[in-house]
Write a protein that binds this ligand. Structure first.
Ligand code: PAF
Length: 278
C-alpha cells in the first residue's frame, strides 16, 4: 500500500519515479466523487499519480471550521486504492509541512485575491499557495489537478505558477455535483439531510441566470429573490466577473469569458459555487 505519512518516506519513494510523468492531486481529504474524478483524470494523463491528504491549518480563518473539517484517512486511502492500488498517497503531519512555524507566507496574487473568497477570508489564499508550493516542492509534479468549484483558487494558482515560472501544468476539472445540483464539497456532509436537499436551489438559481441571457442587474435581483425564499441561507456575495481578472464585469455579454459566483452560509457551513455565463 503506497501510503507515506512522513516526508522521509515520501522522498524515498518519489526518487524511484523521477523519470516518470507525474500527476498530483492535492486534497484535504474527506474525499468525494469530485476528488475521485480528479484522480481518475490524473491516472489517464500520467505514469504515476500522487494524492496528498493534508488539512492545511493556514488556509482556515476560523478555528471552528478547521476543527469541524471531516477527517477519515483510512476510508480515503481505501477509496483511492480502489481506483488503482498503485496510486501514491502522501498524508504528512503538520510538523512535516510546517517544521518551524504554522504560518502562511505572503504571496502577490495580482489582485485576484482582493475579491470574493479573498475579501471574505483574509489570508486564505496565502495559506493555499503556501501549502501548494510546499507540496509542489516535494512532489515536483508535471501536472496538478484542481476542481473548478474553487475557481478563484484555480486562477490564483495558475497566476502563481506563471509568475514563479513553475514548470507544472495546472489542469482545471469540471465541477462534480450531487443529484440535486449541489456542488460536491467535503463540507456538505456537515449539513443536515434536509438542508443538504434544500441547497440544490443554489445551482438551479445559477443555471436560470446563466441560460436566460439575463442582464447583470436582473441576475443579482433573481439571486436575491431566490435566497429570500430560503432564509436560513445567508448570501455573502453574488458576482458576475471576468474569468481571467476576476473583476466584476460592467455588463454580461456572450463574447467574453464571464462567470457568476455565489457564496452562502447555512448551519455554520460555507458553500460556494459558480457557473460560466454564456
Ligand atoms: O482545494 C483544496 O482542497 C485545498 O485548498 C488544497 C488545494 C488541497 C490546498 O490545501
Amino acid at each position: 500500500m503506497p501510503l507515506y505519512q512522513n516526508l522521509e518516506a515520501l522522498h524515498r519513494e518519489r526518487k524511484k519515479y523521477l523519470g516518470n510523468q507525474c500527476g498530483l492531486v492535492p486534497t484535504m481529504g474527506a474525499l468525494h466523487q469530485g476528488h475521485l474524478a480528479l484522480i481518475e483524470r490524473a491516472q489517464i494523463e500520467n505514469e504515476t499519480v500522487w494524492v496528498t491528504i493534508f488539512v492545511n491549518p493556514t488556509q482556515f480563518n476560523n478555528p471552528s471550521d478547521l476543527h469541524a473539517y471531516p477527517v477519515r484517512l483510512k476510508e480515503d486511502v481505501d477509496a483511492i486504492h480502489k481506483i488503482n492500488p498503485n496510486i501514491h498517497v502522501f498524508a504528512p503531519s503538520i510538523k512535516d509541512m510546517y517544521p518551524k512555524q504554522v504560518h502562511a507566507e505572503l504571496h502577490a496574487c495580482n489582485g485576484l485575491d482582493a475579491v470574493m473568497e479573498g475579501a471574505d477570508r483574509p489570508n486564505h489564499f496565502n495559506g493555499v499557495i503556501t501549502i501548494v508550493s510546499k507540496l509542489f516542492e516535494v512532489i515536483n509534479p508535471n501536472r496538478a489537478y484542481f476542481g473548478e468549484k474553487d475557481f478563484q483558487q484555480l486562477q490564483i494558482i495558475k497566476n502563481w505558477v506563471k509568475t514563479a515560472n513553475i514548470p507544472t501544468t495546472i489542469v482545471p476539472c469540471s465541477i462534480v455535483r450531487e443529484n440535486n445540483g449541489l456542488a460536491m464539497s467535503s463540507r456538505n456532509e456537515l449539513l443536515t439531510k434536509a438542508t443538504r436537499a434544500e441547497a440544490g436551489f443554489i445551482y438551479k438559481t445559477l443555471e436560470q441566470c446563466a441560460s436566460n441571457g439575463m442582464k447583470k442587474e436582473a441576475i443579482y435581483d433573481h439571486i436575491t429573490n431566490m435566497f429570500a425564499k430560503h432564509p436560513t441561507f445567508t448570501l455573502h456575495y453574488a458576482l458576475c466577473v471576468d474569468e481571467t481578472t476576476l473583476k466584476e464585469v460592467a455588463e454580461v455579454n456572450a463574447l467574453d469569458k464571464q462567470r457568476l459566483f455565489v457564496a452562502t452560509s447555512v448551519e455554520g457551513v460555507r458553500l460556494i459555487d459558480n457557473i460560466a455565463l454564456k
